[in-house]
Ligand binder design. Structure first.
Ligand code: AP5
Length: 214
């Protein structure tokens, strides 16, 4: 799942994972777990994440490789936010080839920059599950500040502050477009208009899985 910060990668990856019976593997969620648990990787990555920069490729690639080696990912996974640079895309291809596999599809969620800004400033997340994501305007919880699923407290991410969001867009969109080009050149890219209601984006993604002709 390729897209700018706030394009809806997590929202859609979660829905596709449910529908397709595959694990949702989010590099951002993996990093946040390392930050929360104060692991050596968390301590090394914090300064990049806090500045809105990408974490260096070598750290990111080995973290995702470890996650994909877990048994639940044996039959595949929905990758969210990885790869995010061309070297990461090349490393993923090499990893899959070593295991006799290949990338089934690369989904690009196309969303304008001003929409990304609005989405990130209104986002709220559940303390109990990263998969429960809300938005002030497009998807508010029934009770303000509480998750609809488990009643846990909702919070805003530190890197969703306006200054860090601007830095994320500035630093992360150019390498993302290199990834889009990389997959377009290989004929596996499916671009979907990400500025539609959530369910319509999911339907568009599922249509490309069921009928992959572009
Ligand atoms: P990460 O957590 O991956 O952040 P991100 O890419 O900036 O993406 P987000 O999680 O912010 O947004 P999203 O696209 O998942 O959107 P969401 O579904 O939540 O990474 C965090 C940091 O870790 C990075 O900045 C970087 O430092 C580091 N990192 C991670 N991966 C890395 C990598 N591979 N290499 C190096 N560094 C890496 O939706 C956003 C909001 O919009 C929500 O409120 C949602 O409800 C709403 N929304 C979603 N879809 C719609 C819709 N269709 N209509 C209206 N509202 C919608």
């Amino acid at each position: 799942m390729v897209g700018g910060p706030g394009a809806g990668k997590g929202t859609q990856a979660n829905r596709l994972a449910d529908r397709l019976g595959l694990p949702h593997v989010s590099s951002g969620d993996l990093f946040r777990r390392h930050l929360r648990d104060d692991t050596p990787l968390g301590r090394r990555s914090r300064r990049y994440i806090d500045r809105g920069a990408l974490v260096p490729d070598e750290l990111t690639i080995s973290m995702v490789e470890q996650r994909l080696a877990e048994p639940d990912a044996e039959a595949g996974a929905i990758l969210d936010g990885f790869p995010r640079t061309r070297p990461q895309a090349e490393a993923l291809d090499a990893l899959l080839a070593r295991h006799g596999g290949q990338l089934a599809a690369a989904f690009y969620l196309d969303v304008d920059r001003d929409v990304l800004l609005r989405r990130l400033s209104g986002r709220w997340l559940c303390r109990a599950s990263e998969d429960h994501v809300y938005h002030d305007l497009s998807h508010p919880p029934k009770d303000a500040g509480r998750c609809d699923f488990d009643g846990a407290e909702l919070y805003q991410r530190e890197d969703d502050s306006p200054a860090t969001v601007r830095a994320r867009l500035e630093k992360q969109l150019p390498p993302m477009f290199e990834v889009v080009d990389y997959y377009a050149d290989r004929g596996v890219l499916h671009a979907v208009d990400g500025d539609q209601p959530v369910a319509e984006v999911t339907d568009a993604l599922l249509r490309t899985v069921v009928s992959p002709a572009k």
